[in-house]
Design a protein around this ligand. Structure first.
Ligand SMILES: [Zn+2]
Ligand SMILES: [Zn+2]
Length: 386
């Protein structure tokens, strides 16, 4: 394993990533002491932050890395410009590295920003030194190697970074009559914020939050991080169903990137939005609920009472029934694919309804069991304390 001190420093990355926050800390207060930032400069911070961050989340991440939807050329060009303006390397490099992250998540050797190497490594360290973040020759991105826009951006990446900054900051600054205000807030401060917001997804989203869909990796769902990351905080869902264009899959979950993609589809700019069937989502969610119930029972199950033993058996038999229904459903689906017969389709429809009901009942029962368990645990604690 290459350790942090062995790989040579990537000076471009180091200067950009460490220099910009230092510059912001030194320059902004001095400038603010001598001049007032205009309202327009503050607004440029917000709008340019939204533009560059959403270009990363909707473009680099969900469009290019995961192919969660298809975008029209004008939308792709806009996302490419915004993504270049975010200075996070080219689409090709970013998306290839991100695919490796999903494929080898939590693997200390192969996950380019493995959280197993600690917060700072996952957040920033992996970029400061020359670790191979993307797969050699971009073997995991043959689709992107055929995309002329992606190749163009990769080839002219540095001139494009300079051009986007000069043109965007120059024209906005000139339009609102506060060039330096826009350069410092919409340029410098925006860049620092947009960088760390994206890096949080690799660091904090693998550390803090809940795991409602899978506990096979470190990715977490975290509402607060979703606010900071334009909807990418539902990272547990994203790691199990990476091809879904939504990260916050429930309609009420805060995911502005999903709303942006959906709006673009209504405007004819995006199509073929990929959604994981609700059946699969519910299945993963309920399987985890059973798992958590079992874990709780394993902790408290020995010493409390016969009641817990009964509850344990009941949950086990309900899980068995639940699995049988799932298997029946899978068999029928297979039959549908094989036979495509009306009869099977009808049966499948009935089964779907039955399953919906069953899911609801299972969820209610689990909730009820959890409440009972909590009461039992409380009582047991009181008894052992007295
Ligand atoms: Zn991740
Ligand atoms: Zn991803």
């Amino acid at each position: 394993m290459t350790s942090l001190t062995q790989a040579p420093i990537n000076w471009t990355a180091a200067i950009t990533l460490l220099g910009t926050p230092i510059a912001a800390l030194l320059i902004l207060p001095v400038y603010a002491y001598h001049h007032d930032f205009s309202m327009a400069a503050w607004l440029s911070l917000f709008f340019l932050l939204a533009f560059s961050s959403l270009s990363i989340t909707a473009g680099y991440h969900r469009l290019w890395a995961h192919r969660a939807y298809e975008a029209s050329l004008p939308l792709k060009i806009l996302l490419m410009i915004g993504g270049t303006f975010a200075i996070q390397n080219s689409i090709l490099y970013w998306a290839s590295g991100h695919r490796t992250h999903h494929r080898h998540v939590d693997d200390e050797e192969k996950d380019p920003y493995s959280i197993k190497k600690g917060f700072w490594y996952a957040h920033l360290g992996w970029m400061i030194r020359d670790y191979p973040a993307a797969e050699a020759n971009y073997k995991n991105a043959p689709d992107l190697l055929k995309d002329p826009l992606v190749l163009f951006q990769d080839k002219y990446y540095v001139p494009l970074v300079i051009a986007t900054h000069v043109i965007i900051l120059g024209s906005v600054g000139w339009l609102v009559g506060d060039l330096w205000g826009v350069v410092l807030l919409g340029g410098l401060l925006r860049l620092v914020l947009s960088h760390h917001v994206t890096f949080f997804i690799n660091s904090l989203c693998h550390m803090f939050g809940k795991r409602p869909y899978t506990d096979e990796n470190t990715a977490r769902d975290n509402f607060w991080l979703s606010i900071a990351t334009w909807g990418e905080g539902y990272h547990n869902y994203h790691h199990i169903f990476q091809y879904d264009y939504r990260n916050g899959v429930k309609w009420w979950q805060y995911d502005p990137t999903k709303w942006l993609i959906w709006t673009c589809s209504k405007l004819g700019l995006a199509h073929n939005l990929r959604r994981i069937p609700s059946f699969n989502i519910k299945k993963a969610e309920l399987a985890m609920k059973f798992k958590y119930a079992e874990q709780d029972l394993a902790i408290y199950g020995h010493d409390i009472s016969q009641d817990i033993h009964n509850l344990k058996q009941r949950i086990a038999s309900e899980y068995e029934a639940f699995t049988t229904t799932l298997n029946d459903m899978a068999t029928l689906k297979e039959q549908e694919v094989m036979a495509k017969k009306q009869r099977v389709a009808e049966k499948l429809h009935q089964m779907d309804d039955k399953l919906k009901l069953e899911f609801q009942l299972v969820e209610q029962r689990l909730h009820h069991h959890r409440e009972r368990l909590e009461v039992m645990v409380k009582t047991a604690k009181k008894l052992s304390a007295s």
